[in-house]
Design a protein around this ligand. Structure first.
Ligand code: AP5
Length: 216
C-alpha cells in the first residue's frame, strides 16, 4: 500500500494516517513531523526549516525532495506507507513521480480530505500536542483526561506555534495557492479519491476504509 493523504492543514490527515498505519501495518510518513523532530534536535535541517514553518510558509522544494528520497528509498526501502504532508507543490509531485519511476514503483491512490474553512480553523485552534511524545489532542473533540497533561506519557500539552489564528490563515492561503493544484494533477492521472472529512474521525475513517479495501 502506497497512498498519499492530501488536504488542507487541520483537515485530519495526521489523525487518519495514524489509524490507517495501525490497521494496515503501514508506515505513517509525515514530513511535518520529520521537520519538527529536526527542529527539536537542532540539526541543520531543523534550523533551516524553522524559518519557514514558524511563518506558515513551505520549506523549499529541493530540501523536501532530498528528504523524501532519503526517507522512502535510503537504507531499507519501505513497502507500505502513507504520505502525510508530501507532496505539497507541483514540483514536489513531479519529483515524486520521477522518483517512483526510477524505483519501478507507483502510488496506489491519492485520498483528498475536504472540509470547510470554519471547521478547519476551529480544529486547529483547539489542537494541542504532547511536547514529549507528540500525541495529538483536541480541546473540543478529543480532550485529555487531565487538563494540559498527555494521557499516554504524562508529558506537557502545548499549542503548535503555527496553530495561532494568523498563521493558520496564512497556511490556508499557501495551501490554496501552492498545494490545491495537485488535485487536478492527480485527478488527471486517475488516482484521486475525494472524501468529505467534515464528520467525526470515526465517520471519516469508515469512508477511507472503503477506498483502502480496494487497494489491499
Ligand atoms: P504539517 O505538520 O504537515 O501540517 P499541515 O499539513 O498543515 O497539517 P496539520 O498537521 O496541521 O493537520 P492535519 O491535517 O494532520 O490534522 P490533524 O490530524 O492534526 O506541516 C507543518 C509545516 O511543515 C508546513 O506549514 C510547512 O512549513 C512544513 N512542511 C511540511 N511538509 C512540507 C512539504 N512537503 N513541503 C514544504 N513544507 C512542508 O487534526 C487537526 C486537529 O483536529 C487535531 O486536534 C485533531 O484531534 C482534530 N481532528 C482531526 N480529525 C477530526 C475530525 N474528523 N473531527 C474533529 N476533530 C478532528
Amino acid at each position: 500500500m502506497k497512498i498519499i493523504l492530501l488536504g488542507p492543514p487541520g483537515v485530519g490527515k495526521g489523525t487518519q494516517a495514524q489509524q490507517i498505519a495501525r490497521d494496515y501495518t503501514a508506515k505513517h510518513i509525515s514530513t511535518g513531523d520529520i521537520l519538527r523532530d529536526a527542529i527539536k534536535k537542532e540539526t541543520q535541517l531543523g534550523r533551516k526549516a524553522k524559518e519557514y514553518m514558524d511563518k506558515g510558509e513551505l520549506v523549499p522544494d529541493e530540501i523536501m525532495l532530498g528528504l523524501i528520497e532519503e526517507t522512502l528509498f535510503g537504507g531499507h526501502p519501505k513497502a507500505n506507507y502513507i504520505l502525510d504532508g508530501f507532496p505539497r507543490t507541483l514540483p514536489q509531485a513531479e519529483g515524486l513521480t520521477a522518483l517512483f519511476r526510477k524505483h519501478n514503483t507507483e502510488i496506489d491512490r491519492v485520498i483528498l480530505l475536504e472540509a470547510d474553512q470554519d471547521e478547519i480553523v476551529s480544529r486547529l485552534s483547539a489542537r494541542r500536542v504532547c511536547a514529549n511524545c507528540q500525541a495529538v489532542y483536541n480541546l473540543h473533540t478529543n480532550p485529555p483526561q487531565q487538563d494540559g497533561i498527555c494521557d499516554q506519557c504524562g508529558g506537557r500539552l502545548v499549542q503548535r506555534k503555527d496553530d495561532q489564528k494568523e498563521t493558520i490563515l496564512k497556511r490556508l492561503k499557501v495551501y490554496a495557492e501552492q498545494t490545491a493544484p495537485l488535485i487536478d494533477y492527480y485527478r488527471d492521472k486517475g488516482k484521486l479519491d475525494p472524501v468529505d472529512a467534515s464528520g467525526s474521525p470515526d465517520e471519516v475513517y469508515t469512508k477511507l476504509k472503503k477506498i483502502l479495501g480496494k487497494i489491499s
